[in-house]
Design a protein around this ligand. Structure first.
Ligand code: N2P
Length: 356
């Protein structure tokens, strides 16, 4: 017996080791049960988060969601390379830059059947002439949001933002391209100017304005204007719509000197990890019911004809903020990517907001 037992123990150990190895091999080679995810990088307040929940429920794909405040912040994060997103939403000039720098990938339209819902006049814009890299999401203008109780004569000019009557009562956008673009227009220059003399004028104008600025803000502009903390603000039209829905004391104007018109688009970065998940999400956002739900929450004008029809085109078109008259649109221009001259803008902007 004792002799036999001596043999049985090593056999048992060998069997146990084989079993452990088999279980380990099974665990390592079986298909992963990990949840599929996509990672989305969007502007603040730029989606109805209920849409994210719905997407997760419908597809089982979990959305990892992060926000940015400006194109420049988003670009810096992507260009730096340490991060990987599957879906991003840059504006026109930033789409142009990112295509040029090969930071985006072409979209496989076969996988975005709901693209038929997008009004074709929003495709083939100059920033993506072959309509290869971007799916139109929203669009809008820049203008002045003002409190009608305190600004009793409706403003017509950008000069309102230099009026000492609103000293410490005005909000400006903490966004280099937008704010310098409008300053260029206020000086009578092209909003895409790269002429150092024009930019010097714009800089001086913003430095002159600076002591009168209550704050340079982005998403906080909405709460502040709704709460009546300032009388006038430089805003994007969709934020104006959002605020005007919340307060009867607010109105919006695109000044007569002209302004910027922007197109924000959904793109897939070159280094995306889950392209098929990204395509599903983009197609979901282009669905009429989802685009309509998103519009009701976000407030920005949409290029989705099917969603507009679903909500009622007459009501949608009745908003002069999101459906500006042609004479207003004729005076609005799209920002272009300015190549190396972007550095000049960045330098000036740093000078303006430093020591505020
Ligand atoms: C929403 C940001 C809108 C982006 N908070 C304007 N291009």
């Amino acid at each position: 017996m004792a002799k036999n037992n001596k043999k049985i123990v090593p056999i048992a150990i060998v069997c146990a080791l084989i079993a452990v190895a088999a279980v380990a091999a099974f665990l390592l080679t079986r298909p992963s049960k990990e949840k599929e995810t996509i990672s989305v990088y969007n502007w603040g307040d730029y989606i109805d988060t209920a849409c994210l929940d719905l997407f997760e429920q419908e597809t089982g794909i979990e959305v990892i969601y992060e926000v940015f405040e400006t194109n420049e912040d988003m670009y810096a994060k992507i260009a730096e390379g340490g991060s990987s997103y599957d879906v991003i939403i840059p504006s026109d000039y930033m789409v142009e830059r990112m295509i040029e720098e090969q930071l985006l990938q072409k979209i496989n339209w076969d996988n975005i059947p709901n693209i038929v819902n997008i009004d074709p006049r929003f495709l083939h814009e100059d920033y993506d002439p072959e309509a290869a890299y971007s799916v139109p999401y929203t669009w809008g203008t820049m203008g002045i949001l003002y409190n009608t109780k305190r600004v009793t004569t409706p403003p017509t000019s950008w000069q309102t933002l230099l009026d000492p009557a609103y000293a410490n009562d005005m909000l400006m956008l903490n966004s280099p391209r937008d704010t310098l673009g409008i300053a260029l227009v206020m000086c009578g220059h092209d909003l895409n100017s790269t002429d150092p003399a024009d930019l010097e004028d714009a800089k001086n104008l913003l430095l002159e304005q600076k002591p009168m600025v209550l704050a340079y803000v982005v998403d906080e502009v909405k709460d502040k204007m709704i709460a009546g903390e300032a009388s006038v603000a430089l805003v994007w039209s969709g934020d104006a719509t959002f605020c005007m829905d919340e307060s009867d004391d607010l109105d919006y104007v695109v000044p007569e000197e002209g302004s910027n018109i922007f197109y924000d688009s959904i793109c897939i970065p070159a280094n995306a990890r889950n392209v098929s998940g990204a395509e599903k999400f983009i197609d979901f956002l282009c669905r009429a019911d989802i685009a309509a739900m998103n519009y009701e929450y976000v407030g920005y004008a949409i290029p989705n004809t099917a969603a507009i029809e679903l909500m009622g085109a007459d009501e949608y078109n009745a908003s002069p903020v999101n459906n500006p008259p042609q004479e207003v649109l004729d005076k609005c221009h799209v920002f272009k990517y300015l190549g190396d001259d972007t550095k000049l803008y960045d330098q000036i902007w740093t000078e303006i907001i430093s020591d505020f």
